[in-house]
Design a protein around this ligand. Sequence first.
Ligand code: FAD
Length: 378
Amino acid sequence: MKRGNGRLKPLFDAGIIGGGVIGLASAYFLAKAGIRVAVFESGKTGSGASSAAAGMLGAHTETEKDDAFFRFAKESQALYPGLAHDLLLESGIDIQLQYNGMYKLAISAEEADALKKRAETEKDVEWHSKEKVLRNEEGISDAIYGALKIEKDGQVNPAALCKAFTKAIQLMNGKIFENTPVYKISRIEHSHYEIETPQDRFFCEALILANGTWSSRYIKDFVRNISVYPVKGECLSVTLKEGNLSSTVFHESCYLVPKLDGRIVIGATMKEDTWNTEPSVQGIAALMNKAVKMMPAIEKASFHHAWAGLRPKTADGKPFIFKHQGIPNLFVTTGHFRNGILLAPKTGEMIRDLFFNRNVNEEYVHAFRMDRALEVRL
Ligand code: FAD
């Protein structure tokens, strides 16, 4: 395809805007299916929300309703063992998948009642008495009433996951353009797209908008009413001087995630209406207080590092994953909010299947469709 100065520019089958876990997962599954992909990323791949994540695959911890979102999350979670295996073979990178289980703590009698009820009605979760929790995890506070044990909610290392996707895509001849912010997208010849970056212009047949919190600007050019906005999340990591933690532990909005390298990741705050990505003393202090309440030994731990990222949130908190019904070859996958790491494999598969016009579970097409934006508060 000739443009401007007459040089022949590459024509990709699919141009993906955003090299976070969602853009990378989409590119990965398309590249595996033989599609010539190009990922355009403003910074380094995984440098947005994706590498700020704690890496939990918390299908059960993140939702209490047996709905389309929960089923999608469970299917995505179930794809991880195969994905971890494939990525290790393809890229040589271990995404550090582990099923260490999660404890959702009850620190009041009301919380204990609610969690016991969940244990009676839900699959894959079990109520553990205080004594049983403390036998398994000696360092947990003895002020608890007990905890819900969620055996199947594991975790990965999100930075390793993004690196593994990046390398695997490149080895399948996909192009990853880092430090390449897209500043303009135009439709050309009805069904193709021109992508403009400071370095060059690129042409692609299909366009996939996957740039997380920053996607609103481009989506609005193609779809009315959709908006995605940032919810800042702060985390810190520590190393215990005494004791040990093997399961992920949750209470209200605070979690402790033990990592394979010995660190414990403590997260995460939630703050709307800001684009600031610096961890604040206020946010980190609040997390530390909650963490010490859950596990007193944290008070004597060594501080390692603190960071923050922007979760991409939609009005109803659920992602948009769709093929545009009116504009040819346009796909949107954004708004994965608190669960982008968990949802990445199933999202990547769904984008691949929409791309090939394969059958996609109607329930998911409906749940993540574009026109639901009209039904929710914006
Ligand atoms: P991002 O990772 O933000 O990627 C979007 C990318 O697009 C960025 O890299 C950005 O540089 C790029 N971009 C933007 N504009 C342009 C442009 N114009 N041109 C080119 N590139 C562009 N999820 C879980 O499942 N489990 C967890 O334990 C978990 N913990 C979290 C903890 C914290 C503190 C935070 C902040 C999030 C957490 N999440 C977790 C949520 C998860 O991180 C996000 O849902 C996920 O990373 C979103 O991925 P994304 O690819 O859509 O966005």
